[in-house]
Write a protein that binds this ligand. Structure first.
Ligand SMILES: *[C@@H]1O[C@H](CO)[C@@H](O)[C@H](O)[C@H]1NC(C)=O
Ligand SMILES: *[C@@H]1O[C@H](CO)[C@@H](O)[C@H](O)[C@H]1NC(C)=O
Ligand SMILES: *[C@@H]1O[C@H](CO)[C@@H](O)[C@H](O)[C@H]1NC(C)=O
Ligand SMILES: *[C@@H]1O[C@H](CO)[C@@H](O)[C@H](O)[C@H]1NC(C)=O
Ligand SMILES: *[C@@H]1O[C@H](CO)[C@@H](O)[C@H](O)[C@H]1NC(C)=O
Length: 476
């Protein structure tokens, strides 16, 4: 009934509509104007609100990192300078045993870090490819002319004017596209060579990982099984060790070798006799001080694993000599510096440290920041950087773009005369692995990245990337 009345009354007032309409229009225009003014005010202050929020997130994250270092650092302490900068200090009275003869001083007891830069750097590795591929050389400006020859020793030339000649040297370890992908494995163990490993029996724990990464000539056999395990998936080797590959491999035909530096005729001759897949590490820092194989193994592992557990890295604060689990001590380098940096990385969620000092622990990572917190801090660090250096999108660091012709799958690595030695091996397993057999997380990541593969260009910074676009159709 009431309904009807209302309808009636509205129909009665029809003759007054024009005036009301004008009024309504005027009011709406006025309120729209008011709203526009207000919201422009709002967005003005919104920017600085966002900046304040960024600083707040980072400062909170710094406190979490500080607490984490206090809990896990075996005496190390974190001193916060601002929302990005912090200092890690060893306790007073720590003996610095490593003497730098060149600068005539002992290793310092405190280290400055930029947490924001560090988190940007290492989170980026999770999305990177760290194996040298043909698509990278093709995409990189002067990749074949300037860069390829730097990865080949004994060629007797600084440039590859004759590309065929360079290809002959590289094809043997050059896959067309990345054989390994981000998120390919859930858990990975990176095993260093420290003598510390003999103080614990991490063998079984190491073997329970989805993939195990080892360094150089580390032996894997019954003698050391209970300390370092028997599983072998990846081995990062420097050029010197690469010459002794056959005894290093000792009968394992599936362990993937990643050569850290350069290839040359001798190594290539050996590669032809073994069934194992062999590749070159991509992110090498050319003609600069080596940063130790350990760091590179972590980069390699992080480019394909969700969780990276490290064993046998020298993290013992009472450290006095550079020990190895399988041979006499050698001359080492910067133990305190390395130890502090690994601790920072653990508290940034990059890796998890396992050492004799913690062997009695129960696996408790609750004081390490969560993935959610780390992504938040990462987004904040990125925002901070953006406002300093213009806009950066998802591919904001891509300086060079390449495209892969979806019609051509490209050759897998190897040379024609290797067909015999590789006939019965799983050599090409990784290179021809169908997309559908990848772990779901790796597939999801690939889709989120729109089929783009990221490579580092040069140096230690990850600001300049080479990005190669693949057709999503060719994979799925
Ligand atoms: C440091 O070295 C000195 C001299 O070698 C020694 O007396 C002292 O006990 C050492 N301190 C620690 C904490 O190891
Ligand atoms: C380039 O190298 C290949 C392989 O060694 C050789 O056969 C060819 O003659 C070279 N080409 C030139 C122009 O030197
Ligand atoms: C090679 O492996 C065999 C069995 O797998 C083992 O008995 C032997 O000790 C290993 N040799 C070396 C040098 O590690
Ligand atoms: C790939 O092949 C299809 C049909 O075979 C053709 O239509 C297309 O142009 C090719 N794409 C490229 C990039 O060559
Ligand atoms: C890494 O990839 C994920 C998608 O899997 C994306 O959400 C994230 O922003 C990327 N991180 C960086 C640092 O590129």
């Amino acid at each position: 009934m009431r309904h009807h009345k209302q309808l009636l009354s509205s129909s009665v007032s029809t003759n007054r509509r024009p005036t009301i309409l004008y009024l309504v229009c005027a009011v709406s225009i006025f309120s729209l104007l008011l709203f526009a003014i207000q919201s422009s005010f709002f967005s003005g202050s919104f920017g600085s609100d966002r900046d304040a929020e960024t600083i707040r997130i980072l400062s909170q994250f710094q406190s979490t990192v500080q607490q984490c270092v206090a809990n896990r650092g075996l005496g190390l302490t974190a001193h916060i300078i601002d929302h990005c900068k912090l200092i890690l200090k060893y306790p007073e009275g720590t003996n610095s045993t490593w003497y730098n003869a060149q600068f005539k001083k002992f290793e310092p007891l405190e280290y400055n870090y930029d947490m924001c830069e560090t988190i940007l750097l290492w989170e980026q590795y999770r999305n990177m490819t760290t194996v040298l591929t043909r698509e990278y050389l093709d995409a990189r400006p002067d990749g074949w002319l300037d860069y390829a020859p730097q990865r080949i020793a004994q060629l007797g030339t600084k440039k590859c004017y004759n590309k065929t000649l360079c290809e002959e040297h590289l094809n043997i370890l050059l896959p067309a596209k990345p054989p390994f992908r981000p998120r390919q494995f859930r858990t990975c163990a990176v095993v260093g060579n420290s003598g510390d490993l003999l103080k614990t029996e991490f063998g079984e724990e190491i073997d329970s990982h989805d993939a195990v990464f080892r360094d150089n000539e580390a032996p894997v056999n019954e003698k050391y099984a209970k300390y370092v395990g028997l599983k072998r998936d990846f081995r990062l080797v420097v050029r010197g060790a690469a010459r002794n590959m056959v005894p290093i491999l000792n009968g394992s035909d599936t362990e993937v070798l990643i050569i850290k530096s350069v290839t040359h005729r001798e190594i290539n001759a050996v590669i032809k006799t073994i069934p194992n897949p062999v590749y070159l590490f991509q992110g090498i820092v050319l003609r600069r001080g080596a940063k130790g194989t350990g760091m590179k193994s972590i980069e390699l592992a992080l480019s394909m694993c969700d969780i990276v557990d490290i064993y046998g890295f020298t993290v013992d604060p009472g450290y006095t000599e550079w020990t190895r689990y399988f041979s006499a001590p050698r001359k080492g380098h910067n133990p305190l510096q390395g130890r502090a940096y690994y601790q920072l990385l653990e508290c940034l969620g990059v890796l998890r440290i396992h050492s004799p000092m913690r062997s009695a622990r129960k696996e408790d990572w609750s004081d390490v920041p969560s993935r959610e917190m780390i992504s938040q801090a990462h987004a904040a660090a990125l925002h901070l950087k953006k406002s300093q250096a213009g806009d950066l999108g998802q591919f904001g660091n891509c300086k060079v773009w390449g495209n892969v012709d979806p019609n051509k799958s490209g050759p897998i690595s190897g040379s024609p005369d290797m067909s015999d030695v590789r006939k019965f091996s799983k050599y090409s397993k990784w290179e021809v692995m169908p997309f559908s057999s990848l772990r779901k997380e790796a597939q999801d990541h690939y889709m989120q990245m729109q089929g783009v593969t990221l490579y580092k260009m040069d140096g230690n910074k990850l600001d300049d990337l080479v990005c190669v676009r693949h057709s999503l159709k060719s994979e799925v």
